[in-house]
Design a protein around this ligand. Sequence first.
Ligand code: FAD
Ligand code: DHB
Length: 394
Amino acid sequence: MVKTVKTSVCIIGSGPGGLLLSQLLSNEGIDTVLIDRRDQVHIEGRIRAGVLEQGTVEALQEAGVADRLNREGLQHYGFELAFDGDRHRIDLRALTGKPVTVYGQTEVTKDLFSRRHAQGQQFFFNAQNVQPENLLSTKPSVSFLIDGQALRVTCDYVAGCDGFQGVSRRSIPADVLKTFERVYPFGWLGILVDRPPVSEELIYANHARGFALASMRSETRSRYYVQCGADDRPGDWSDDRFWEEFEIRLGPDAARGLQTGPSFEKSIALLRSFVAEPMRYGNLFLAGDAAHIVPPTGAKGLNLAVADVRILSRALTEHYRTGNDHWIDTYSETVLKRVWKVERFSWQLSTLMHQFPQNSEFEKRMQRAEFDYLCSSEAASRTIAENYVGLPLE
Ligand code: FAD
Ligand code: DHB
């Protein structure tokens, strides 16, 4: 016997994208159901992004979930690029007038969960065999199993916010979906450590031994990364090995005062650029990592997911308020235009800041020349700055 639940918008995926979409729709009186294949503890524990664009902060504020972000988020008006120990500051205040805010994805997710529960949101966690159905009809549905019990959510629209590995994108027929992909031949090994950050601002470093990034979560907790092999395992990297590499790659100047200590989280993320088109199929909409992946170098993944769901919530709200489907009909086109610009920036910064095994001496000199040009050209620095703080929504 299949248990059936009715809602307006069935959201697959309870990551930051799905949670924010349900919050924005709920604020407009639109009913949603959230389905995830994992549970809340697992979702909240995933250590991922750390830098929020001003537009993302404003979206969380407008959604009414930013009390703690406003108190605890660290505003940064600049960051540094380093090349073989030489340093160049991108002055976000002078170049754009805007900051970015350091606040972990884990915290964004916790704040959203807390608000959704307080407002009585219906969640289905640990859902198996999640399957969107009848997407071309006016009554699509999503069926799944929980503890062996079959359930079906019937709805007007399905929002696929289920990340890169999710089922939503794969529900679009192969002859409709076009994908674009670039896989980078390395990964990022990230650690968390309860030591004050080595620098007040983030430092992205390219060094002959590979990329390194000094980031943070608070004034007492640092998040540091090094470029590693695509096949490396976290166990290949003892803390001692990590600290030795990290210090060399930052360079003696930037690493001065580095406080090392035992890491309490260590994980590897592979780098990929990926876009799926279109982002709508019938009454299914894709948003966030379900439709696109950027390499993490520009800190764009989470911000892009937030931008998508802002545009999607506007489209759905307009439909329910006025019956006007203009924004629904233009959703994919509108979002993809911005997505490609952000893909371009993330690819460009990744290409500049990493050691590529296949790079010839010519390409290495091109990287250095680009860094030197950035150091000498306000126009070039401004290009980086305006992308880093976030492009406007279309
Ligand atoms: P997700 O956060 O992936 O959420 C998708 C949700 O869908 C998950 O909860 C998942 O359990 C659920 N789901 C998946 N499949 C199914 C299914 N079949 N049925 C139901 N539910 C399903 N970005 C940065 O900017 N900086 C970083 O340092 C950074 N590091 C990252 C490290 C890793 C390992 C990864 C994977 C990503 C990282 N990102 C980073 C990217 C950023 O975290 C993502 O862009 C962001 O999480 C996207 O949010 P989302 O809601 O679209 O997807
Ligand atoms: C962090 C991650 C990024 O990808 C980035 O560009 C900046 C910061 C972080 O995890 O803190």
